[in-house]
Design a protein. Structure first.
Lengths: 246, 118, 136
């Protein structure tokens, strides 16, 4: 195996470029290096103007999501040797506006997270004297969906979001379902108006790539399909028993 | 509040039921009618015996349910496929009308054929 | 969203290609799965024609059988069979686990929800074959 590898990195200078282009950099190919280490080598040794986000370098902050050979990945968790002999094409996450180089604008995503009301909603004035008790079964009902690190790889993988940016998207919908399934929460009705829209769960055509690329195995596709059942039952209840409490 | 919500749930329920029915029952029908009988792998029943089978109310109920749900399943999926594959989401209303008109036609044709068995 | 002035750089907004499903194999697989619905509608119409042929007499029935033997129709039926089996396999992998999860919670691996469907599929096919071939 050669001891270097070519990284083709997207460059975009907003003050002078109309669209991104790719620049090639040769970086050392070390057996324990991740793609992120390669990018940091470029920034330290080759071209200090390269802009990209990263933080924890251990797959928990969700900052370093990028397209690696067309697949959204956390660059801190992707080995360079996986792509030997290369070259490796690194681009900004798909379906998001690009601010500079590999940095994307995530205002839309953050807005959608807020839209689904991701907090415990109580209908009563209950002031607990101690923590809410939950059985292991009650925790298991939503635990998987609570593991999301907001890395947005699922949005980059979802063609529906690419075609229709008003789609609420996998992570936001999974987060909403995480709270709906939480036994401490009483806010399902409030979230339903957001989720049961055309651009909520019903835009999802079950492509399933969101669950495939998720680095934390949240399985947002499962959360969305689960919510479709709840929303359908709810819809029938609304039509058949309109006098029921909303 | 329900007026603000999508009416997709009903269509989705039809889609889901149709999906199961098509998955369980269509392959054997295609295999028998499309291959086993024309290629002589199995004996083709006579028209008279098929008519006797068709006259039985349970047969007609089975076929009505299978075919009607198949049409509504196909309409729901076709609408999404046309919008995503041909990038015509802005014409969604037109696509919906065409797909569900087709499903309605299929439903009517099924009812007509199965109610008036000679 | 901040309003950009003429002197402030603008973010690049990528456009999705209308042929996006040819970019990656999983997307193409998805589109093929969805396209199976065209053949579901096609074969539902074929079955209506079969019912009509049975109702309209022996000559019509024989004509239908002959039509089923013609090469173009056989090719269409072959594509329909492959795609609808593909629909069935992807359906069993995706849908039953959602109902199991919804009703029972995460009590079993997804595979356990999928496998019983194959048994039901076999039984359903056997029953239909016995009736359609007039063994019953």
């Amino acid at each position: 195996m050669s001891d270097t590898i070519i990284l083709e990195v997207a460059r975009f200078h907003p003050e002078r470029d109309a669209e991104p282009s790719y620049a090639s950099f040769e970086v050392p190919l070390r057996g324990d290096w991740m793609v992120l280490d390669g990018l940091n080598y470029i920034k330290d040794q080759l071209d200090g103007s390269l802009a990209f986000r990263w933080s924890c370098r251990m797959g928990i902050c969700g900052s370093c999501g990028m397209m690696v050979n067309g697949v959204p990945k956390l660059t801190c968790e992707t080995l360079l040797t996986e792509f030997a002999p290369g070259p490796v094409r690194i681009g900004p996450l798909d379906h998001f506006p690009v601010i500079k180089d590999l940095v994307i604008e995530m205002d839309d995503f953050v807005g959608k997270l807020q839209k689904v009301r991701p907090w415990i909603v109580r209908k009563d004035d209950f002031q607990p004297q101690r923590e809410f008790l939950q059985t292991p079964a009650q925790l298991d009902a939503f635990k998987q969906f609570s593991l999301c690190i907001n890395c947005m790889l699922c949005y980059a993988a979802c063609p529906v979001y690419g075609l229709d940016p008003s789609f609420t998207g996998p992570a936001a919908l999974a987060l909403a379902e995480r709270y709906n399934l939480d036994s401490r929460d009483q806010g399902s009705a409030e979230r339903t108006d957001v989720l049961s829209q055309h651009d909520g769960i019903w835009d999802c055509t079950v492509i399933g790539e969101c669950s495939v690329v998720c680095p934390k195995h949240v399985d947002p596709s499962l959360a969305i399909q689960q919510y479709k059942i709840t929303a359908t039952a709810d819809w029938f209840r609304t039509w058949l028993m309109p006098w029921g409490n909303k | 509040m329900s007026a603000h919500r999508s009416n997709r749930p009903l269509a989705w329920l039809l889609f889901g039921t149709g999906g199961f029915l098509v998955a369980f029952f269509f392959p054997i029908h295609i295999f028998l009618t499309g291959f086993a009988e024309p290629l002589g792998l199995v004996p083709t029943p006579s028209r008279a015996s098929m008519l006797t089978l068709l006259e039985h109310p349970l047969t007609r109920i089975y076929l009505a349910i299978l075919l009607i749900f198949a049409f509504w399943h196909a309409a729901y999926r076709l609408r999404d496929t046309i919008c995503d594959a041909l990038d015509v989401r802005r014409l969604d209303t037109v696509v919906v009308s065409l797909c569900y008109a087709g499903a309605m036609l299929g439903t009517i044709a099924t009812m007509v054929l199965l109610v008036c068995v000679p | 969203m901040p309003q950009y002035s003429a002197y402030q750089p603008k973010a690049y907004r990528p456009q999705m290609s209308p042929y996006w499903y040819f970019d990656r194999w999983p997307y193409l697989r998805f589109m093929v799965r969805e396209a199976s619905c065209i053949f579901v509608a096609y074969f539902a119409v074929v079955m209506l024609l079969q019912i009509r042929a049975i109702e309209h007499g022996t000559a019509a029935y024989a004509h239908f059988q002959a039509w089923m033997s013609c090469p173009v129709v056989m090719i269409l039926n072959a594509i329909a069979l492959v795609l609808i089996i593909f629909h069935a396999v992807t359906w069993f992998a995706l849908v039953p686990r959602v109902f199991v999860r919804h009703l029972l919670g995460p009590v079993m691996p997804d595979l356990f929800a999928a496998v019983p469907n194959y048994g039901a599929w076999f039984v359903a096919s056997l029953v239909v074959a016995l009736f359609a071939l007039r063994f019953i």
